[in-house]
Design a protein around this ligand. Sequence first.
Ligand code: SF4
Length: 539
Amino acid sequence: MFCFQCQEAAKNEGCTIKGVCGKDDVVANLQDLLIYTIKGLCYVCDKGNYLDDEVMDYIPKALFVTITNVNFDDKDVINWIKKGVALREKIIEKNNLNKEELPYCATWAYETDEDLINLANTKEVSVLAEDNEDIRSLKELITYGIKGIGAYLSHAMHLGYNNEDIHKFIIKAFTKIVDSKDADELFNLAMETGKYAVETLALLDKANTETYGHPEITEVNLGVRDRPGILISGHDLKDLEQLLEQSKDAGVDIYTHCEMLPAHYYPFFKKYEHFVGNYGGSWPFQREEFEKFNGPIVMTTNCLVPPKDSYKDRVYVTNEVGYPGLKRIPVKEDGTKDFSEVIEHAKKCKPPTPLENGKIVGGFAHNQVLALADKVIEAVKSGKIRKFVVMAGCDGRHKTREYYTEFAKKLPKDTVILTCGCAKYRFIKLDLGDIDGIPRVLDAGQCNDSYSLVKIALALKDAFGLNDVNELPIAYNISWYEQKAVTVLLALLYLGVKNIVLGPTLPAFLSPNVTKVLVEKFGISTISTVDEDIKRLVG
Ligand code: SF4
């Protein structure tokens, strides 16, 4: 195996024996084969100028399977590969494509699962198939950006929102990845990925806010009640809606975990009396916290950490998530999910062990912040707010991430943190106070709500009569972990945001030459010490 797609890649070079995430070499190689299958499928769609509902359903989900901490189950990944190959063959036949004119990724065949495992072990399907490190770097940068697009598009599609242009872009991009060895063409494609990242984030924002209302200022409880609970993690709001509806009279409480926390900010979910709060911190701490939760846990998306035996029988998965031995939420014929087993399971469990008390305040997505725009603008004009610092992105396991807690604590009192994603858990429970009633930490929501931060920035640019978003008093100190953060980064670059500090390390998949271009064009850098970074970002 060779995998370097996330921030925890071994030695910041790549995992080669087993993933730091827990993914073994069989699954890692099969995930490479799944991406190879998707490339072949996109190739035949491109050549046949073909797109249908089945393709639009398959590609984003199959991409999602390969995101870090989503699926650790070889059987699941094999099934996704088989589905992709079957779809590819159907399209070749339907469009009378000549297999001799197609690349190997679009023509390979298998008979047994063993054939798939053997093919997955070859260099041809691996990241290292591309020998030139700069071309490989650009191709992987685009691929990871598209994985995040696939993930966000899946969520939007669960809510009935879709945009064919995004699918067409994915098809075109993977076809170019197969065909091209031109660094300039691939760099431009990476920037175009940013354009479609923005479109996808906007689509998901529309899907979420039109379905569940605009997030509003909300206090979220961190304590527990004296009834059994179900913990729901990941990002999928449609799953949460179904779980809340099916459990409302069951005598159990529903708690959010990690990236599901911002669901509390949406008006729609406030009507559920048994939707009581958030339990625990960000994903890296789940092995201790899930144990103490005592009840069932539903993983709707990443980040799943390989579970301990002590609570493994309480973890349920759905969508693209998979881990050997974990139970899957059944999907009914009409596409809705049946949470009855989870609910019955919860009833037999003890209430959660309390971890903490208090509240988190959030809900500062674009609509809410723009409703406070006059106050915010006035605070900037009067000098009460000197600077906004975007501290969005992901959390992770490494000790180096303590930097973000220290950075938040040491920021001058006339600065305001704009956050979203699970990066916030490094500082959101600190009491950092407020500026004339404006909290010093404004949480917009999940990682995809970085779109909100962009909308806020663009609105402030107009309000201050500026020409360029980089003239705003906003600095970016972003922490990344998995591929959705790459999508967000490409979106920000596409929108022209400069001087982003990305940490705790720069991606291992960026070659020195590609990094150099990103530094020259966009001023990207990585973290230094807290004091130095406060000096260069805030002054
Ligand atoms: Fe390593 Fe990250 Fe790949 Fe897992 S996803 S194998 S930790 S680089």
